[in-house]
Design a protein around this ligand. Structure first.
Ligand SMILES: [Zn+2]
Ligand SMILES: [Zn+2]
Length: 233
């Protein structure tokens, strides 16, 4: 299964792309009308795999874990230790939570996404200024939470400060894809390709940080340009 928006390889059952945050199996009427039977089949298969994996790992130790679900990580060194966020700068804290939510979204753990999402967004609210990269992270978080309108607003805000920033088009393509707005989605891909060379030549550090996403997005944009899907309306 690959991400429709950026072409990244996704794990089975992933509801969101870990590279760009695009929803894989869109929920609601637009998703059904747009027709992604392969995505829905992938989600169903993912659920099955999860069940099998849970059966496989649930041995005699299961009851112990159920008694102390939070003691595991802290007590045993092997577990995932929660980061000591009190020692972090506000930027580090926000970025850590961003990565956390994106990883959970990629794994299809929507309950955990909803749990960490307000924390992550709150961490960005506490930053004194928001640059294009921070707004991109916020937009991806909002997409992971299903708030498409807010993600589009982030893209608009980036555009006011930096008119041709590539993150504008990445956010828009994903947002419009979730909405089933094929015409606007295609336009975002085309805008990306039109500004890509000049923008990459500026060597913005955030392009380096997200090089893999941008490369995947470029591949998808070229594919879309060669084989455009007909707008739904
Ligand atoms: Zn993607
Ligand atoms: Zn970034």
């Amino acid at each position: 299964m690959t991400c429709h928006a950026c072409g990244a390889q996704l794990s089975a059952g992933a509801k969101f792309c870990h590279k760009c945050g695009a929803a894989v199996a869109t929920t609601g009427a637009t998703g059904w009308r747009a027709g992604f039977p392969w995505a829905l089949a992938g989600a169903a298969l993912g659920a099955l795999v999860t069940v099998v994996a849970m059966r496989a790992t649930s041995g005699p130790a299961r009851s112990d874990q159920a008694v102390a679900p939070f003691a595991n990580g802290a007590a045993s060194g092997g577990g995932v230790r929660p980061p000591d966020i009190s020692q972090m700068s506000p930027e580090e804290r926000a970025n850590r939570l961003f990565n956390r939510v994106m990883t959970l979204a990629e794994a299809g753990k929507q309950d955990s996404v909803q749990f960490f999402l307000p924390m992550a967004l709150g961490a960005y609210e506490q930053l004194p200024t928001l640059d294009a990269d921070a707004r991109y992270h916020i937009g991806l978080l909002q997409l992971a939470g299903g708030d498409v309108a807010a993600a589009l607003a982030q893209a608009d805000t980036i555009q006011r400060a930096t008119p041709n920033h590539l993150f504008i088009y990445v956010l828009r393509a994903h947002a419009y894809q979730v909405q089933g707005n094929t015409a606007q989605e295609q336009r975002a891909y085309a805008d990306f390709l039109r500004h890509e060379q000049a923008e990459l030549a500026l060597k913005r550090s955030e392009y380096d940080d997200h090089r893999e996403s941008l490369t995947n997005f470029h591949t998808e944009a070229v594919r879309q340009a060669q084989n455009p899907r007909r707008p739904a309306s």
